[in-house]
Design a binder for this molecule. Structure first.
Ligand code: SAH
Ligand code: SF4
Length: 454
């Protein structure tokens, strides 16, 4: 299998030249204000306005992101996919075929609460209307190309979308309890080229749409037959009446697929609109109903969008820090040249909803001889002092062609101890799914290209 080599710095990438077309520190920016969005300076009146970001900059991030929009969710035969529509869009779609508004509510329940994809199995809808709905709409899922099971029970899915693009999704079951996280992708590839990340060697093909993001979670639930009342039956096998009166897990406790983390392929905050729409659907109380505490957005530090995500979504935040000095972070997380550590930390400090109960997670990949000294640990502690924070230490997961090694266990322990002594939880993550290249930073889709040249 031909694996990609670490990408050379890509000056034409979105991170380096856009948004805003400049690299490096900014000074003296005006405080921005966007309609419908709390200005970040209002969240913390003591904030230095120089560290605030302008609405114009946020707009540039969004405009650049729109260039990578996913294709339409309409099928070639004209039918539209109901998955990924907001409630308002679903209501409009139902109205457009002359049906009453309450049908949208019914459909939402069947699609997102019950996980039903076949209109014929929607037993509260009369037969003629089932047929009419099927003539106009589909309830889609990405196609499962492969599903690989690790020796530690982690499962990696390769999903294909309607235009043939593919992305990977990983289900990581807890080893102690009946719960687990679905790690979803937000983009096909990534514009950023973090030196230690396999996805970073794959250029961005496009953003994933809300339907494709929610669809990854729904398809994983299908694989584990985990919709309320399905009684262990696979989606579409024998639902209908059987789904009536099934077990409702309410707040998603006791579910195998209990959490969702945006830690797959791509930078979610460079696809904010689709990610936010997907999260709104995932959190809807009458559907999948994941609480914001069960959803984690991981970002390499797209500062202007962190403020917006905090104000609008309020989900858990994980920040891929990985280095505590700008010189090193500029090199291994090149987005740092645009949003340096001081700005990133200021954005973390003003992230709404962060508290001792809901700490910001700092992810720190342990790279042998690169970022793993006691001095690094002490500087990390200084950076996060006073913040409700925890530090996840991730032993580097190698991939074919990667240029780094994992720090020695004793070195990781010494680092963890310094962080812990300063009062921060600093768990060392055990790698999961390494044998199937499913661990953090190992995802990359190339099977499609391989097949097309085969
Ligand atoms: N783009 C987002 C989310 C996806 S990556 C982000 O960067 O945060 C999920 C996490 O895995 C990030 O913290 C990322 O830096 C880390 N990671 C990337 N490559 C890795 C590797 N080879 N070993 C361990 N962690 C890695
Ligand atoms: Fe992209 Fe995240 Fe990988 Fe960096 S670590 S290249 S931001 S997916």
């Amino acid at each position: 299998m031909t694996q990609g080599q670490p990408a050379a710095p890509t000056p034409a990438s979105i991170a380096d030249v856009a948004p805003g077309g400049h690299v490096g520190r900014r000074v003296g920016r005006a405080v921005g204000r966007t309609a419908g969005l709390t200005p970040v300076s209002a969240l913390d009146p003591t904030l230095d306005p120089v560290l605030d970001l302008t609405a114009a900059e946020r707009a540039r991030v969004l405009a650049k992101s729109a260039l990578f929009d996913p294709p339409t969710t309409q099928l070639p035969d004209g039918r539209r996919d109901l998955v990924g529509m907001s409630r308002a869009e679903l209501a409009a779609a139902v109205a457009a075929i002359g049906e009453a508004p309450f049908r949208a509510k019914q459909l939402w329940h069947w699609i997102y609460h019950r996980g039903v994809t076949d209109f014929d199995l929607m037993s509260t809808i009369a037969r003629p209307l089932q047929g009419k709905l099927a003539a106009h709409f589909v309830v889609g899922r990405p196609q499962t190309v492969t599903a690989q099971l690790s020796t530690d029970a982690t499962q990696k899915f390769l999903f294909r979308f309607r235009d043939g693009q593919e992305a990977e999704t990983v289900y990581i079951p807890s080893l102690e309890e009946d719960r687990g996280a679905v790690c979803v992708s937000s983009q096909v590839g990534c514009t950023l080229s973090c030196r230690f990340c396999h996805t970073g060697t794959q250029t961005l093909t496009r953003n994933l749409g809300a339907a494709e993001i929610v669809g990854q979670f729904m398809a994983a639930r299908d694989a584990y037959a985990e919709w309320p009342g399905t009684d262990g039956l696979k989606n579409g096998e024998a639902q209908g009446e059987k789904v009536q009166g099934g077990k409702n897990h309410g707040d998603n406790t006791g579910r195998l697929l209990s959490n969702i983390v945006f830690m797959g392929m791509g930078e979610p905050l460079y696809n904010y609109v689709n990610v936010a729409k997907a999260i709104t659907i995932l959190m809807d109380n009458e559907g999948i109903a994941l609480s914001r505490r069960r959803i984690t957005l991981s970002t390499s530090g797209v500062v202007p969008m962190m403020d917006r995500a905090g104000a609008e979504l309020g989900v858990n935040l994980a920040v891929s820090l990985h280095a505590v000095r700008d010189a090193l972070r500029d090199e291994i997380v090149p987005l740092n040249r645009k949003y340096p550590i001081a700005e990133l930390m200021a954005a973390c400090r003003r992230y709404p909803g962060a508290s001792n109960a809901r700490r910001i997670t700092f992810e720190y990949v342990m790279l042998k001889g690169v970022n793993d000294t006691p001095a690094d640990a002490r500087e990390l502690v200084r950076l996060i002092a006073g913040m409700p924070a925890k530090v996840n230490l991730i032993p580097f997961n190698p991939w074919p062609g990667s240029a780094y090694e994992t720090s020695m266990p004793a070195v990781i322990d010494r680092f963890a101890q310094i962080v812990m002594d300063a009062g921060f939880a600093s768990p060392v993550r055990s790698p999961r799914g390494r044998d199937i290249l499913a661990a953090c930073g190992q995802l990359r889709t190339e099977s499609r290209r391989q097949r097309s040249v085969a």
